[in-house]
Write a protein that binds this ligand. Sequence first.
Ligand code: FES
Length: 272
Amino acid sequence: MQWNQLQDTCLKMQLYYSATIQEYRQFEHLIWIRLVAPPLARTVRPGQFAMISQRQTHSLDPLLRSAVFFAGADPNSGTLELLIDPRDPTLTRLVDLPEGTILDLGVPSVNTCTINPTTQTLLLAGVGSTLPALVFLARRYAGKLNVSLLMAGDDGFVPPPFLLPTTVEVQISSAGASALFDLLTTTTDQNPLRWADQIVLGLPSLFVSRAASLIRTTRLRWDHGLVQVILAGSLPCGLGICRVCQIETRQGWQRRCVEGPVFDLRDLRLPA
Ligand code: FES
């Protein structure tokens, strides 16, 4: 990438914000952080992520950052929430931070989740590092739409239901990430995949083909806009430079950190 292209990329984004840790709590395998950053809390959307580093005036590597999806934002209080798996080696620099710590957040202006005005029933389902983005979506549309949230993982990183409004129907399996497909298929006569007006999945790319075949066998029609996927995976630079995060789509190879991380499932080129 040329220097002027990098400048263009940076200019397209409102890149950098300062955020102060107001509250830090660690549950068994989950860290919950509330940050104060009023300008960002007013604009952030579900599906957006932050490239986070601690503010270090003498850092020799200011680009070394941890990518984390936002789990919530409250424009009135100017706060944002993060949920972090302390076992994730890319997030260790965010563990054990005292309240009052100032973080630098790079927040690219990316493709986020779009909920249609006609949608009444919204199914959210996912695993791993994209779960905070689904929690954010569930909170944003709770009470306005019928929202179901299915989450699977191991004993560790599954956000607890008490973080969600009571109007959100939550199902959790801690039998591993693959158990998400059991949650999606066990109730055959009331299968949520059949009735949802829109579906948002949070998945690593390795699960995407399986999810697509499940939807293909469940829905008579599968139009553009029915299923969005927030794709998980490492984001080393988060700026569109390293191309580690590429995924093949019908429009060619695209970067999750620039053209994603939210894609329409129909736009992804899936292995046969
Ligand atoms: S993370 Fe480097 S190009 Fe996307």
